[in-house]
Ligand binder design. Sequence first.
Ligand code: GLA
Ligand code: ZN
Length: 672
Amino acid sequence: MKSYPPVNAKAPFIWHGGDYNPEQWPREVWQEDFRLMREAGITVATVGVFSWVTLQPAEDTFNFGWLDEVLDGLHENGIKAILATPSAAQPAWMSQAYPEIMRVNEHGQRLVHSGRVNYCPNSPDYRRFSGDMARRLAERYGQHPAVILWHISNEYDGWCYCDTCAANFREWLKAKYGAIDELNQRYWTAFWSHTYTDWSQIMPPYQHGERLTHGLTLDYFRFMTESNIACYTHERDIIRGITPDIPITTNLMGTYKPFDYRKWAKEMDVITWDCYPQPNQSPGEIAFMHDIMRGLKDGQPFLLMEQTPSSQNWQAVNALKRPGVLRLWSYLALAHGADSVLYFQWRRGRGGSEKLHGAVVEHAGRSDTRVFREVSQLGAELKTLGDNFLGATTQSRVGIVFDWDNWHALDNAIGPVRDKRYYQTVAKHYESFYRQHVPVDVLYADSDLSQYDIVIAPMMYMVKSDFAEQVKQFVAQGGTFVSTYFSGIVDETDLAFENGYPGPLADVLGIWVEEIDALYTGESNSIVMDDGSGTFTCDHLADLLHTEGADVLATYGRDFYEGMPVLTKNQYGAGAAYYIASNPEDAFLDAFYGRVLVEKGIQPAGEAPAGVEIAVRQKVGQSFIFVLNHNAHAVDVNLGEGAFHDLLRNGRASGSFTIAPYDVRVLMSETS
Ligand code: GLA
Ligand code: ZN
């Protein structure tokens, strides 16, 4: 069983709290904050996130006194601190004195001081100032008893297109390709006479510039990911040198496309992330995002760094979380591997663009509010959970691949449809297992597949050579691999495979895809199962394929490719590889994966009607079963025989029970 040392080792409980910005308030309010935090069961506060100008009002002036007081105040009140470096928003004096710190946007315009996260990630001055501040904070507070985690900057975000970045990019390309001719080959630049004859001709992919040489745009994404990671590791290494025992992180944003988070994860001690679902996201999709975050460090538990206690303010419509939903969604995070419940924000500011963003303490400053009550009740409940499931992991036998490079390459590609729906497609396959109460690990193109029974790689347009090798070994040794339409088209430099589709996966899948049809919105085809088990609709894209060793399990029901294979299965070594050639309706996925799960002997965690989730975290000898009712009505759940201990009600429980609307159970069972 996977096991991880808890990041919470210094504070072994489920952290409950969130972003606290005392620098926006006079001192009198701080004492009131500490009192209210205790009342709400807040145990951890994140401080310093946007405090740069308060800490350093001028280049040679530093002011740490206020932060001394805040950290001491938190400590005296039994509250731990996640201490942030303030580098997400540099002071105006700095932007003014060092204008090349300011980012240049995709139109080539240099920004003027504004907003936040608007610095150039390759600016030497920015690196110097942010590193200096990190060093001062680590030296001053590294031994402070309240500090349990370093939070570097905040939500690294966006790309820069300035001359410094352009020059560094050219160096990065030289190191990668060696010779300009090699780059030309990889970028296929003979197309439209785009051949570069000198490195100096290469420019960042400006909006009004080169965006159609897809190898270049893909490389700029990789370069910008690495440039921003370098800002993080610069501060991290300085801090680590001073406080080697305090873990270091930064807060990620879920499926944020501009950066490859798998690369970030390698540099982070623990994944932390900010969960702000879109209004129309289903619980299954929120679960998927948590699992994406858990997968970044191969299953290591993560921290939920931010969520709103009530509403967001930056969506088109910002509905309140309904009564009970704050608690329910907090457990959704815990069920999928979080060891904390943290909010943005503790107290609503009186001004600025987030003055209408939800907070634990609203402008009225009162504790007799619905939100404060819900937060306090949750705080009390989390306390009773103690350290029970801290560090516990999800033992999944199913893995689903999500790859950032593939996402970029797919979306860059022009044709066969504009809207590729990569993320939605992976989510859709994931959600079939979610509905069947089967845990899934999210994998990346470089993950170790060998510990899984089933690996699914939907729309694996870009197939890197290592991945193809791993898939072959995985299947040869008995694994079940599933891929779908529009897979195996290009290699890691975005060049199409010469042996046709699905490229290096053709052998293991036992097929050859000759053509790809695109369906108009509202158009569909059908999947006719050969064993008579049913007919299902499919849409979006449809591969026209021939078997080369695989068995046909279903055929298209319509159009000129009626009768051609749409579902195939290839025996390969001790395992099997399936190919789903079009985008099927959910009922097909449930039936298909249901059968594959039976084949592999994988049991669901329990029985429950739609809208109920059953998720399990495990430690050696113990299972923690989270049952979440996302329905507005009560439902019956059956977890089977066994002796359970109800952790929230502190008593024995049976495996079959009725669960109230939006209610949660956390049951523990001893396992051998
Ligand atoms: C992000 C940021 C916070 C705040 C919230 C608002 O997660 O990290 O500073 O802006 O969004 O939802
Ligand atoms: Zn730049």
